[in-house]
Design a protein around this ligand. Structure first.
Ligand SMILES: Cc1cc2nc3c(=O)[nH]c(=O)nc-3n(C[C@H](O)[C@H](O)[C@H](O)COP(=O)(O)OP(=O)(O)OC[C@H]3O[C@@H](n4cnc5c(N)ncnc54)[C@H](O)[C@@H]3O)c2cc1C
Length: 459
């Protein structure tokens, strides 16, 4: 069977793409979704079942549908799990919401395209030409489609240094993918845990450890030791940023700081900046993009990706009572020391190495950058020249309509990407409010070339 569209991936981006295509394509069309995620539709972010794992975006901005912004808030109310529109629901609830919304679309079999879920991983792309893309799947079959949307997410980051001499069961104490939460039940209450990275993933793991009864010390090591700020308890309306004509990073940041010094709440200014971020990113020269990533990214992340206020308060309490200690420095070595792991790091601005021991090492670095190295499929497609890698390590090169570019920068007919893989072109494309718009735009681009598609403006 040749599908009209194949969606590769099974996280939020894949489901957002699927629901948009179901709304636009005629009943004669066929769609396949290929993924091996155990919680189909939940992906990395929403498969957690721990109530302490909360959304970091207010409920009112988390609808699956760009044109029905209050849909998630309505669903929460229907489920009697209401949180205020500017409150922060659990990620578990969000995972259920997207599955629920997909299920209701699927119940209505009449008047919608055929949809097949294929539980597999795509391992290679055999052919990519106008009207025909063929993938090999790890279940031994192949999949052929006229259009393909890659929704592969980010994958987990590699450890910044390779462990040396860590053998046997001690290897199991180094967790490279913290989102497979099974490791938590093996941690003993008084064991010492070292977490690499101080971003939102670190906060999640600290709360998950506490929820599992861990009461030992937690060391956090990151290059700058910066931790995300909290959202305001009472939301401030976004304030339009007063930007200069210059696109020099230092001038842009200076203008924002001036506006804050003049009395605007910085969170409101950041929120006002958000709808402009993609356009601003695209106006930056390569050199300026590089400067932003080298010098401003860590600060951008802690202001832009904020924590729910009560989640922040919990973390603050653990920092205050010494349970969690944050170290600023650069990891140098990971070794085995008897029944523990030993680390050495160079403190930021210092010399020499500080040694530390822990029972567990949890890698919470990365996530926001979607490289290619983690994905055998992308590596194969790169070798074949079907895709090209963003030179800053921000996924793959796509055009303004999210169409994938080949090694010569030519758009690949019928091949699109959605989500963080397209960060090199769009930058602000890792969260639901942005992905849902992109998923809709890609669905419109595909349906525009499909005979009998519903009029996108009327749906
Ligand atoms: C812990 C965490 C919390 C977050 N919280 C929020 C939040 O509160 N609000 C918000 O807006 N955003 C949040 N985000 C951002 C989040 O990344 C997006 O909201 C969204 O979940 C991204 O979904 P995705 O489908 O693009 O990627 P993923 O969820 O990573 O899904 C990618 C899927 O593709 C599959 N896949 C990969 N390769 C293949 C292959 N070759 N063949 C088949 N399948 C493949 C993977 O198995 C995976 O299921 C959070 C992210 C994380 C990690």
């Amino acid at each position: 069977m040749v599908y009209d569209v194949a969606i590769v991936g099974s996280g939020f981006s894949a489901i957002a793409e699927t629901v948009n295509l179901l709304r636009l394509l005629p009943p004669s069309a066929s769609i396949a979704v290929v993924g091996d995620d155990p919680g189909f539709g939940r992906g990395t972010a929403y498969r957690t079942e721990l109530h302490v794992h909360r959304l970091n975006v207010p409920a009112a901005r988390m609808s699956l549908f760009a044109d029905q912004p209050d849909d998630f808030v309505v669903w929460l109310r229907e489920q009697k799990r209401a949180v205020p529109p500017d409150g922060f629901a659990s990620r578990d609830d969000f995972g259920r919401y997207i599955r629920d919304r997909l299920a209701s679309l699927l119940r209505n079999r009449e008047n919608r395209a055929t949809l097949h879920f294929i539980k597999a991983k795509a391992t290679a792309c055999d052919q990519c030409s106008a009207g025909r893309v063929v993938f090999q799947l790890d279940n031994g079959t192949s999949l052929e489609a006229a259009n393909v949307v890659l929704c592969l997410g980010v994958g987990s980051a590699r450890l910044p240094v390779a462990p040396t001499g860590v053998t046997g069961p001690m290897r199991e104490r180094i967790i490279s993918n913290p989102w497979r939460l099974g490791w938590l039940s093996h941690v003993e209450p008084r064991q010492t845990v070292c977490i690499l990275g101080s971003g939102l993933t670190m906060v999640d793991q600290v709360l998950a450890l506490r929820a599992h009864g861990h009461r030992g010390r937690i060391h956090v090591l990151s290059r700058r030791g910066l931790i995300s700020h909290p959202h305001l308890t009472r939301k401030a309306e976004p304030v339009a940023p007063e930007l200069p004509s210059s696109r020099e990073i230092s001038m842009l940041l200076l203008a924002l700081r001036r506006q804050v010094r003049a009395g605007a709440d910085w969170r409101a200014v950041m929120d006002g900046l958000r709808p402009l971020t993609q356009g601003l990113w695209q106006e930056l020269t390569d050199a300026r993009k590089g400067r932003f990533l080298r010098h401003a990214l860590a600060w951008w992340n802690i202001h832009r990706h904020r924590l729910a206020p009560d989640v922040f308060a919990r973390l603050e309490a653990l920092l205050g009572d010494g349970t969690v200690t944050v170290h600023k420095g650069f990891l140098q070595t990971i070794e085995q020391d008897g029944t523990q792991l030993a680390f050495a790091f160079r403190p930021r601005g210092g010399v020499g190495g500080i040694r530390m021991r822990a029972d567990w090492l949890i890698n919470c670095t990365g996530m926001e950058r979607a490289g290619i190295a983690h994905s055998p499929l992308l590596r194969q497609m790169l070798e074949q020249g079907l895709i090209s890698a963003d030179k800053r390590g921000l996924g793959i090169c796509v055009g303004g309509n999210a169409q994938v570019l080949d090694r010569n920068g030519r758009p690949q007919p019928g091949l699109f990407a959605v989500g963080a893989l397209t960060a090199g072109q769009f930058w602000e494309i890792t969260a639901v409010p942005d992905i849902r718009v992109q998923a809709r735009n890609v669905a419109v681009a595909i349906s525009d070339h499909h005979p009998g598609a519903k009029d996108s403006a009327s749906r």
